[in-house]
Design a binder for this molecule. Structure first.
Ligand code: NAD
Length: 377
């Protein structure tokens, strides 16, 4: 690794990783790709391949570390990695296929990295990768994949985390008022699974705006509407709902707030507006460390991303091992429930932030795996 490449990973360099930072360039098109393999002590690293025009080495390194901790906390036989292809994901399909196939060929020998779908890539992209190099997760069902976004693996895990929080007395699910930021693969399903547990969806947002109705929004109709590609604010079946700016969702009075859209959406600047009892971190890194600390001091329970949103990677890991959907969901339930309960109990006992407990838990497991491997000695 050159000094510059290490520097570009920002503060994400320590005794854990990264093990490899790879920059790839495709001269005919000028497309550049980045792969950061953070740590593989527990096994080859599963991590999404993101396609976006503005993805950076630092962002990829930060997300790769997040995957190391998420996989370790879930005790998966995988480490953490992430990749970014710097390109417009809306390019014509034939061009996108050529770029993805080039990327796959370029990482053929980087066997410590198993690509998965992420922002800007989908199961078809993973099928192209698999076709080129025989390894990827998040495959179409026709190739033995478990369609985790269609089934709502991550949303299911978040609902299980809410059950664990309820068991610890942090919230009552029956009648709980839920606000969901982002109504995509994670947000739609968490709304559905929580409403099946007696909760009421009082607010939901997407990139174009938010709907708020303290009397409750019709979850199934809203999901069908949004799946058909319509913005939430144009939903005509929400008679009494307020249609507001998307940023207003953060301040909705609710019992459970689920940020499930983008990183860093709750910061020092808006944390004082938050009015909830429980934050389920559906997105990766949706709160800054400072915002989590402020909420902790106010008695709001923030359940950290890599503990509660691990459903997707657990599902991918089961797929990779040849397991079934039923096995994937059983493993998500067992793992997320146990980890959430541990984090809540230890945080209550010591007064530490849930994030600090989660860090300790995950880092302990990575180090345990490293101690068993000669190459980390
Ligand atoms: P998605 O693209 O399916 O949906 C994202 C949703 O967020 C869309 O409804 C979009 O309109 C909305 N959105 C974008 N910007 C917004 C904003 N500023 N305010 C409100 N809404 C906004 O993505 P997804 O798969 O649901 O993932 C959401 C987040 O969860 C991402 O950060 C992703 O990295 C993370 N995550 C996803 C999974 C998974 O299994 N899909 C697992 C773990 C973490």
């Amino acid at each position: 690794m050159t000094h510059d490449v290490v520097a570009a990973t920002g503060s994400h360099v320590d005794d854990l990783g990264p093990e490899a930072v790879v920059l790839l360039r495709h001269p005919p098109t000028g497309v550049t790709a980045i792969v950061v393999v953070d740590n593989t002590a527990s096994g080859p690293a599963i991590g999404g391949t993101r396609m976006a025009p503005d993805v950076t080495v630092e962002e990829v390194a930060r997300l790769a570390r997040s995957m190391t901790l998420k996989s370790a906390a879930a005790r998966l036989p995988h480490g953490g990695a992430k990749a970014g292809i710097i390109a417009d994901p809306t390019m014509p399909t034939a061009e996108k296929e050529a770029v993805v196939r080039w990327f796959a060929g370029a990482i053929r020998d980087l066997r410590s990295y198993i690509p998965g779908p992420d922002m800007g890539t989908d199961e078809r992209c993973m099928a192209w990768v698999h076709d080129e190099i025989g390894r990827s997760v998040g495959l179409p069902a026709a190739l033995g994949g478990i369609p985790l976004d269609e089934l709502g693996a991550t949303g299911f895990g978040l609902a299980i985390a809410a059950e664990a929080a309820a068991a610890a007395g942090a919230v009552v699910l029956d009648g709980a008022r839920v606000a969901v930021q982002g109504f995509g693969a994670v947000g739609r399903h968490v709304a559905r699974f929580l409403s099946q547990r007696g909760a009421t969806l009082v607010a939901a947002s997407d990139s174009q705006g938010a709907l708020i109705d303290p009397a409750g929004l019709p979850v199934d109709e809203l999901i069908s509407w949004s799946r058909a590609g319509h913005p939430l604010v144009a939903f005509d079946g929400a008679g009494g709902a307020d249609r507001v700016d998307r940023e207003a969702l953060i301040a909705v009075d609710c019992d459970i707030l689920v940020p499930a859209a983008r990183p860093d959406v709750i910061t020092e600047a808006n944390v004082d507006d938050v009015r909830t009892r429980l934050v389920l971190e559906g997105a990766n890194i949706p709160l800054t460390a400072k915002a989590e600390a402020v909420l902790h001091d106010r008695g709001v329970l923030c359940l950290p991303d890599w503990i509660v949103n691990a459903g997707g990677v657990i599902c991918a890991s089961v797929e990779h091992a040849g397991g079934t959907r039923a096995l994937a969901f059983a493993q998500i339930e067992e793992t997320v429930r146990a980890n959430t309960a541990t984090v809540i109990a230890q945080s209550a006992e010591t007064g530490e932030l849930p994030r600090d407990v989660a860090d300790r838990l995950a880092l302990g497991r990575v180090r345990e795996a490293m101690a068993l491997r000669r190459s980390y000695g």
